[in-house]
Design a protein around this ligand. Structure first.
Ligand code: UD1
Ligand code: MG
Length: 431
């Protein structure tokens, strides 16, 4: 399609009350701006992002993930405002679609509708019961005549409930013509992109309003807006995966990162959080479990288990209050109350309740390697680095500090003593 995309993201976002630039606040595990970039990439190969506030930091974060993006730094000191943002920007194609970096919910389907129109300028309009805060759109005979910012509205204009959603598709030649002529004679002393509408009307051009859905074109300006946008995005993500065959018990209680991938038949119980880049295949994640940046295949996890980043669990059972970190478990059972970190554990191994891999010596992390068919008794500590070969039995309560040999029983307990009738002596009770 012959359309370039410009994403406005130079604003500071003071209403977020945060040191983090507004567009880097996350929705479902991804900065808002990244959602806008991904939608733009579905539409065009000519994408320009306008930055100013924290430009270097935002730019380097974008470059870590996306390539083929152009950047333009706004002279926001001398030319503030959405019109100032467009000054000096040149785009490749016949039409330019202007998006906002703080609009993470917009979909490419909705944008295609805007791009597909024949008018000189097409703009998104939302009908709102409470239009407060937005620019009001004056529409006559199904054409836009004027956009008035709230701060410049008279009594009559304040009552208009058709508002500017802030997304436009404009013939690129018009931007080239109008942007350099913008003035800042308004209440905010800013250069308004919206002023080009009146210029186009004076040139007898056609400006078509496209009514869009508030849920998709919602701008995020505060942390309250952020939470509403998160809610909408989560509903979309969960609905998508349920349609793909994932079972969810009480979906509204489940959090799923936008980067998560499910395969086969998975069952996700209530209160589960799937954070970061997870790949979950044919597995059952039980109530209250937290999975982060990990791969889970043919396994059942929880209830109330925690799988921390870089874990790979295959054909494995993890029970309640078990924490796994940066470990590979293949064909393992760890039913209760354990910490397995920086470890690899092979098939047929049983990890008893209360087993701890002591992976940190106060300075560095060390590995625990456990082979096949190892039986680890309850309340054992494996002091890393340690290597337990296949077919080893570790007695309950053992602290393993040396590598055993295959076939060994490892035992480190003090011998049990019994003192007859001590109880009665101490408490003075007679038999
Ligand atoms: C803008 C519109 C308003 C519309 C509203 C919809 C103008 C003059 N007004 O107002 O009609 O109802 O969006 O949300 O355009 N930005 C820059 N550089 C700047 C200022 C802003 O890049 O100097 C970027 C921001 O980062 C943001 C977008 O432009 O992504 C919109 O800016 P914002 O300040 O939110 O505009 P509004 O005042 O809400
Ligand atoms: Mg805004």
């Amino acid at each position: 399609m012959n359309v370039s995309v410009v994403i406005l993201a130079a604003g500071q976002g003071t209403r977020m009350k945060s040191n983090l630039p507004k567009v880097l606040h996350e929705i479902s595990g991804k900065p808002m701006l990244f959602h806008a970039i991904e939608v733009a990439q579905k539409i065009s190969d000519d994408i320009t992002i306008i930055l100013f506030h924290e430009a270097d930091m935002i730019k380097s974060k974008i470059k870590e993930i996306y390539s083929n993006i152009n950047f333009h730094i706004q002279d926001a000191v001398n030319f503030p405002g959405t019109g100032g943002a467009m000054m000096g920007v040149s785009t490749k194609y016949e039409k330019t679609l202007i998006l906002n970096g703080d609009m993470p919910l917009v979909t490419d389907e909705a944008l295609h509708n805007l791009i597909g129109q024949k008018s000189d300028i097409t703009m998104s309009v939302i009908k709102l019961v409470n239009p407060s805060g937005y620019g009001r759109v004056v529409i006559e005979n199904e054409e836009v005549k004027h956009i008035v910012e709230q701060k410049d509205c008279n009594e009559e204009q304040l009552k208009i409930n058709d508002v500017n959603a802030g997304v436009y598709c404009i013939k690129s030649e018009l931007l080239k013509k109008y942007i350099p002529t913008l003035k800042n004679d308004n209440a905010q002393k800013e250069y308004y992109l919206t002023d080009i509408i009146e210029m186009a009307v004076n040139d007898n051009l056609h400006i078509k309003p496209i009514f869009v859905n508030e849920e998709e074109f919602k701008g995020v300006n505060s942390k309250l807006d952020l939470s509403h946008a998160e809610d909408i995005m989560q509903t979309r993500i969960r609905s998508h995966w349920m349609r793909e065959g994932v079972i969810m018990r009480l979906p509204n209680t489940i959090y799923i990162d936008s980067r998560a991938i499910f395969e086969g038949e998975c069952n996700i119980e209530n209160g589960v959080s799937i954070i970061g880049n997870c790949h979950i295949k044919n597995s059952h994640i039980k109530a209250g479990s937290v999975i982060e940046n990990s791969k889970i295949t043919h396994s059942d996890i929880g209830p109330m288990a925690r799988v921390r980043p870089d874990s790979d669990l295959i054909d494995t059972h993890i029970g309640n209050f078990v924490e796994i970190k940066k470990s590979t478990l293949n064909g393992v059972k760890a039913g209760h109350l354990s910490y397995i970190g920086d470890a690899s554990v092979e098939a047929g191994t049983n990890i008893g309740a209360g087993t701890i891999t002591c992976n940190y010596d106060g300075k560095a992390k060390h590995k625990t390697v456990i082979g096949k068919n190892v039986f680890i008794g309850s309340d054992s500590q494996l002091v890393a680095p340690v290597n337990i070969p296949d077919n080893v039995m570790i007695a309950a309560g053992t602290t393993v500090t040396k590598n055993p040999s295959s076939g060994d029983l490892v035992l480190s307990r003090t011998t049990q003593k019994s003192i007859a009738n001590f109880f009665y002596k101490f408490f003075g009770t007679k038999k």
